[in-house]
Design a binder for this molecule. Structure first.
Ligand SMILES: C[S@@+](CC[C@H](N)C(=O)[O-])C[C@H]1O[C@@H](n2cnc3c(N)ncnc32)[C@H](O)[C@@H]1O
Length: 402
């Protein structure tokens, strides 16, 4: 089967007998044999069984776990080509889902390896690893190439202890400090292997949840991005690529410009809100995670910023008033219907949409364009080298009545 192009989800797309085949591990221009994983009426999901004519853009991956580990699905592809495919996928999704022809945007690369500041390892029978792609096949990891040497060393240190009663080991780092979060379903004796040690006793399927106990340290990491210092507590979201976070926040600042009132939806620990605070009279950040909103308020104080208000709420339950500018950086599921309706109701002059999922971004763009918003500019930032994922940062402007 010939692979025509790369599409959302990182698949190569082929066609046979009137059906679309989405092939994992196949690249544009290749002739491959496939193994079917699941299928519906029109779409067949499969993976590569044999590559008959490989792409010249393939390379030997640096990681011994490539293929079995579910993490870096594009590591066997030249980095330049990864960037090109990400642009192509963006243009393709915008055409097919948002119904808009768009020129390939700029994509800003980041360091190819050692870029992740956070990693969630699975612990199984005392061993540390990851699950395979779309499976619960456990893969023990010797070295992970997209985290730093320092985090790999902490993982190796953890291996010296009896870990049989733990479910996950989460490692995070800032410039100077490392944090280890041990997750178990019952209280355990915790190995002291990093500057910050936290125990989470947790029976849910969400890794970073449950009862938190600080074993060593202050219970947070501190990081400076573009002059703003942030405290990051264990359970809170923070951009996983600091180099990319700096690029992203500069662009958000440029797009937001200046104004009276700004609303930052899905604000986390106040990442974008605090970056743009100087340029607005009043700002409001909305976030549903209690630990993040507490830290967002602390982060405002820490930076001497007093014109921001952080509110704990789901965005769909927030009572919207008028704002000049709205920023939204939702999870992969995108902006829910109620929240999108509320944004369209108040019609901000500028809407800055940051997204890590191209399909939901395109879906939401369609709604914005239908309601007389125009994509003024868009940039991609490669926050996730070696994978098919990327970040989108975009500026939508309100069109006046035609
Ligand atoms: C992609 S993160 C972005 C955080 C922040 N903008 C940043 O750059 O660090 C999405 C955030 O949305 C929060 N969140 C998820 N669903 C939400 C909802 N329905 N309402 C408000 N916040 C939500 C998550 O807790 C998370 O902090």
């Amino acid at each position: 089967m010939m692979i025509e192009k790369m599409i959302s989800g990182g698949f190569g797309l082929g066609r046979k007998d009137g059906k679309i085949y989405l092939v994992r591990g196949a690249y544009e221009g290749e002739d491959v044999d496939v193994e079917i994983e699941k299928q519906s009426k029109d779409v067949v999901f499969c993976r590569v069984k044999n590559v008959n004519a490989p792409s010249p853009k393939r390379r030997i991956p640096v990681c011994e776990h490539f293929g079995s580990c579910g993490g870096c699905d594009w590591m066997d592809l030249e980095y330049e080509t990864q960037l090109e495919y990400k642009k192509d996928i963006f243009v393709d999704q915008m055409k097919h889902i948002a119904n808009v022809e768009i020129l390939p945007p700029k994509i800003v690369p980041t360091s190819e390896y050692s870029y992740r500041n956070k990693v969630e390892f699975v612990v199984k029978d005392g061993k540390i690893g990851y699950f395979g792609k779309n499976s619960h096949n456990f893969v023990e990891i010797n070295e992970c190439h997209i985290i730093s040497n320092a985090l790999n060393e902490i993982k190796n240190e953890a291996k010296k202890y009896d870990l049989r009663y733990f479910d996950h080991l989460v490692l995070r780092e800032s410039n100077d400090k490392k944090m280890a979060v041990f997750v178990s379903s019952t209280a355990q004796k915790i190995p002291e292997i990093a500057d910050e040690i936290v125990s989470l006793v947790n029976n849910s399927h969400v890794v970073m949840a449950g009862h938190q106990k600080i074993i060593t340290g202050r219970g947070y990491l501190e990081i400076k991005v573009n002059e703003i210092t942030y405290r990051i507590p264990p359970k809170s979201f923070f951009q996983i690529n600091y180099e990319g976070a700096e690029i992203l926040s500069s662009k958000v600042k440029e797009y937001a410009q200046t104004g009276k009132k700004l609303l930052d939806l899905y604000c986390g620990v106040g990442f974008f809100t605090l970056q743009v605070a100087k340029n607005f009279d009043r700002l409001t950040g909305i976030e549903s995670s209690p630990s993040s909103i507490i830290e967002a308020r602390e982060n405002a104080k820490l930076n001497g910023i007093s014109n921001v208000k952080f509110t704990l709420s789901k965005t769909s339950k927030f009572n919207f008033s008028n704002y000049d500018v709205v920023i939204a950086d939702p999870p992969r599921s995108g902006i829910d219907k109620e929240t999108m309706n509320a944004i369209l109701e108040i019609r901000p002059e500028r809407f800055v949409y940051v997204s890590c999922d191209v399909a939901t971004f395109a879906r939401d763009s369609y709604k914005l364009i239908q309601k007389r918003y125009k994509i003024k500019d868009v940039m991609l930032v490669d926050l996730f080298p070696q994978t098919h994922h990327f970040e989108i940062v975009s500026l939508f402007e309100r069109k006046e009545v035609d």
